[in-house]
Design a protein around this ligand. Structure first.
Ligand SMILES: *[C@@H]1O[C@H](CO)[C@@H](O)[C@H](O)[C@H]1NC(C)=O
Ligand SMILES: *[C@@H]1O[C@H](CO)[C@@H](O)[C@H](O)[C@H]1NC(C)=O
Ligand SMILES: *[C@@H]1O[C@H](CO)[C@@H](O)[C@H](O)[C@H]1NC(C)=O
Ligand SMILES: *[C@@H]1O[C@H](CO)[C@@H](O)[C@H](O)[C@H]1NC(C)=O
Ligand SMILES: *[C@@H]1O[C@H](CO)[C@@H](O)[C@H](O)[C@H]1NC(C)=O
Ligand SMILES: *[C@@H]1O[C@H](CO)[C@@H](O)[C@H](O)[C@H]1NC(C)=O
Ligand SMILES: CC(=O)N[C@H]1CO[C@H](CO)[C@@H](O)[C@@H]1O
Length: 705
């Protein structure tokens, strides 16, 4: 962490504090009528989370989470990046869970970090031999081949060619040798639109587009959703069909929060909302592989994260839309499912909030009945290494449903815990009539709109059509209502963008937009060039009698005719849902229905003389079965067990040197070194201890100061 980042972190923390003082309650709305897709558990795998012998008890620790894709080194051995996690061996273990797959990290064949590339021929020989072994294994549970890992940090043109050229040669080699296996990339360490754009342009021009696009999300939850939107817009602008997205490393920017329920809830919420194909949890605490990405607190004990992912893994039926207080932020978020067969709704959530959360369930399916049982549970987290006894029930009681809606207030919530609200039907039917047939699932709201169709929108209160003032085609032209006149300025093309609808004026070819991202009542509605921002995206919800509401995703407010005007020229703006008919619209179809970067801290000139002086390093490291490194080792990782180095591709304990251990162990466990004994100037103090700076790097102030 650089000094600048540290300052930013403190600033962000301060900012969150301010926000939390000014708001009292956070509301998450679960729209049970708005389906996203079937429950997939897309986020249910991890990087190096499953290895040859850990977790040892597969049946009770791995299987219940319904694992999907684990990411593993093509080879795990002494001359590779990692001595464990061998893809073929792990795929064999995982084969006992139907549907669970291994994503193969080919770059991990190479030793050291960053990878020691030995030339293209040697590379193709290495991966060719892996492909032969993979085929000979007879296993079929593969997600695909990842050609390289974090090229933005680990690829050097001095390897003999630039990354794109390397990608192309490797891609062609794999296609020829194993034509039916998927190819995944570029696996950059953080989402960088320019980087992805030039990669896609090259790949399209050279006929080597990946089957699955991939990048890492390790530097902040608040930016993630905008990355997904940006990527989909890039595809469109380049004429590339939608590729499945794999976020094959994800973790909170604060890496010690790996697996924390409050952190994970937000990842899961956004992955589901944007229909991510797969995601693998990691920060990658180097000496702790096989812990399912810190869902396990130790090699054998479950952490709080494990129980949270169990809730997630237990989800069945359809995932439905959750509207969080703010998608593009660090605030509380979550994911929900509706299962019409088993007749329940499950909602899991967590993350920074003000201590009170309102969960609003809309469009509850009729099988839930009028008086369902609502169970509210939480699972508390102390840190990633603390075992958990599992969830506690906060309350379990009956609630009354009215108009298909239920509001549940949870108080005393905090940022680190995870929560679940489970609603089970009362066996009656809130329509007061017959029991619903088992397959009568809630209609998705999307069924009222044919994506790409042309519509006019008639306000229920005034009977007038949504249009653009003066038939203008300019940015910022005002949107109003006017007598239906058949002009194209009153026609709109509505397209499902995956994260809500885009509503484009036919005459102006501009999007229905809330001016200046307003999130306030009265924020004006205009047209503006489509830019993919959330103030141009709307949820469409059927409210019965053939009417809908349009909810702006950015503000959560509804499209509304100002002061219930019934006149021509009445202004259109946004207002909170008040149930009035000036917020209700009829859709009339006009066209014919178409058929870090993983720091993995920089190593490492491996020491050349292996020695095994087993009294020269930490006893805690030796106890775990590792050896001491040769003298003069480079520290690549520090934790409470001591300092770790790498020798011949294997982890080892660095020599016990007082000066390396003479400061706060919390600071060392974050991967920082101790400052020199004579440098006692404290630049910052936090819960980890006192921080100094040396050579532009943060360091822990020596205990001798
Ligand atoms: C639920 O409805 C029943 C019957 O209308 C009523 O007696 C009861 O007080 C209601 N419960 C709550 C919590 O509102
Ligand atoms: C939940 O909280 C909201 C406001 O925070 C309040 O309007 C509502 O009445 C509360 N509902 C219940 C059931 O307490
Ligand atoms: C979150 O709340 C639980 C109790 O509800 C508590 O045990 C835990 O320490 C809290 N965590 C934080 C970080 O406040
Ligand atoms: C609206 O928000 C988007 C996304 O955060 C931002 O890029 C854009 O600049 C904002 N526009 C205005 C006018 O503030
Ligand atoms: C092993 O390391 C210890 C502590 O550093 C040292 O005293 C001892 O001489 C070393 N032994 C050998 C055989 O190098
Ligand atoms: C002590 O800190 C100062 C100021 O950052 C730096 O110039 C100096 O090199 C440090 N001394 C050592 C021994 O690292
Ligand atoms: C058991 C289970 O549901 N696990 C799932 C994790 O996600 C993948 C992808 O959807 C499913 O195939 C697994 O079944």
């Amino acid at each position: 962490m650089s000094f600048k980042n540290k300052v930013i972190t403190l600033f962000v923390a301060f900012f969150l504090l301010i926000t939390s003082v000014t708001e009292a309650t956070h509301t998450l709305t679960v729209d049970c009528g708005s389906k996203i897709r079937k429950a997939t558990h897309c986020a249910n795998g991890s990087l190096y989370g499953l290895i040859e012998n850990k977790p040892a008890d597969y049946k009770s620790l791995v299987e219940p989470l319904h694992p999907f894709v684990f990411r593993n080194p093509a080879r795990g051995g002494n001359s590779n990046q990692h001595p464990y996690g061998d893809a073929i061996k792990v795929a064999r273990r995982l084969a006992q869970t139907p549907g669970a797959l291994v994503s193969v990290d080919l770059a991990d064949i190479l030793p050291y970090w960053p990878y020691q590339f030995k030339g293209i021929q040697s590379w193709l020989n290495d991966i060719g031999s892996f492909i032969d072994d993979k085929k000979a294994s007879g296993l079929t549970n593969w997600y695909g081949y990842e050609i390289w890992n974090e090229p933005d940090g680990t690829w050097k043109d001095s390897n003999g060619m630039n990354f794109n050229e390397f990608w192309k040669q490797t891609y062609q080699f794999i296609r020829q040798k194993d034509p039916n296996e998927k190819i995944i990339g570029p696996c950059i360490s953080w989402y960088n639109e320019n980087n992805i754009r030039s990669f896609l342009q090259f790949a399209k021009a050279n006929n080597c587009l990946p089957d699955i696009i991939s990048w890492h999300e390790l530097s902040g939850i608040d930016g993630m959703s905008s990355h997904f939107r940006s990527y989909r817009n890039l595809e469109k602008s380049l004429g590339i069909k939608e590729l499945p997205i794999s976020i094959n490393e994800y973790c909170d920017a604060e890496h010690e929060l790996e697996g924390q329920p409050g952190s994970s809830a937000r990842f899961i919420g956004k992955f589901e909302r944007y229909k991510i194909d797969t995601a693998m949890i990691t920060w990658w605490f180097v000496p702790q592989p096989g812990r399912l990405g810190s869902l396990m607190a130790t090699d054998t004990q479950k952490g709080a994260g494990w129980y949270f992912y169990k809730w997630y893994g237990d989800m069945t039926g359809d995932m439905v839309n959750v509207n969080p207080p703010k998608d593009d932020s660090n605030l509380v978020d979550g994911a929900a499912c509706v299962d019409a067969q088993q007749k329940y709704v499950s909602f899991i959530f967590g993350g920074p909030n003000d201590g009170n959360i309102n969960a609003v369930f809309k469009n509850l399916p009729s099988f839930i009945g009028s008086n369902p049982t609502v169970k509210i549970e939480k699972v508390d987290w102390r840190n990633k290494d603390t075992p958990s006894n599992g969830p506690n029930t906060i309350s379990e009681k009956k609630y009354n449903v009215s108009n298909g809606q239920l509001t549940i207030n949870v108080s005393g919530t905090n940022a680190s815990s995870g929560y679940r609200i489970l609603i089970t039907g009362d066996g009656s039917s809130n329509t007061g009539g017959n029991e619903e047939p088992i397959n009568n699932e809630p209609e998705p709201s999307s069924s009222v709109v044919a994506s790409g169709g042309k519509y006019k929108l008639i306000n229920r209160n005034s009977g007038k059509a949504l249009g653009v003032d003066g038939d203008s085609t300019s940015n910022a032209a005002n949107v109003h209502q006017w007598t239906d006149n058949g002009k194209t300025s009153q026609q709109w093309i509505i397209t499902d963008e995956g994260y809500g609808y885009k509503i484009m004026n036919v005459n102006a070819n501009k999007a229905l937009d809330v001016n200046e991202n307003s999130t306030k009542n009265g924020g004006n509605v205009i047209i503006w060039s489509d830019n993919g921002n959330l103030n141009q995206r709307w949820y469409i919800e059927e409210i019965g009698d053939g009417y809908i509401t349009l909810q702006n995703i950015n503000s959560g407010l509804l499209l509304d005719v100002e002061k219930s005007s019934t006149s021509d020229g009445g202004n259109v703006l946004q207002w909170e849902n008040n149930g009035n008919s000036n917020q209700q619209w009829k859709l009339i179809r006009l066209d014919a229905p178409a058929t870090t970067t993983t720091i993995k801290t920089t190593t490492t000139k491996p020491a050349t003389q292996p020695t095994n002086n087993d009294s020269s390093c930490s006893a805690n490291i030796l106890k775990q079965g590792y050896k001491c490194c040769p003298s003069g080792c480079v520290v690549v990782f520090t934790d409470n067990d001591g300092t770790w180095g790498v020798n011949n591709g294997e982890w080892c304990g660095c020599n016990t040197d007082e000066s390396l251990n003479s400061c706060s162990s919390s600071i060392r466990s974050l991967g920082y070194s101790c400052c020199s004994d004579n440098n006692c100037t404290v630049y910052a103090t936090d819960e980890s201890g006192k921080w100094g700076i040396e050579n532009d790097q943060w360091c822990g102030i020596s205990n001798k100061c």
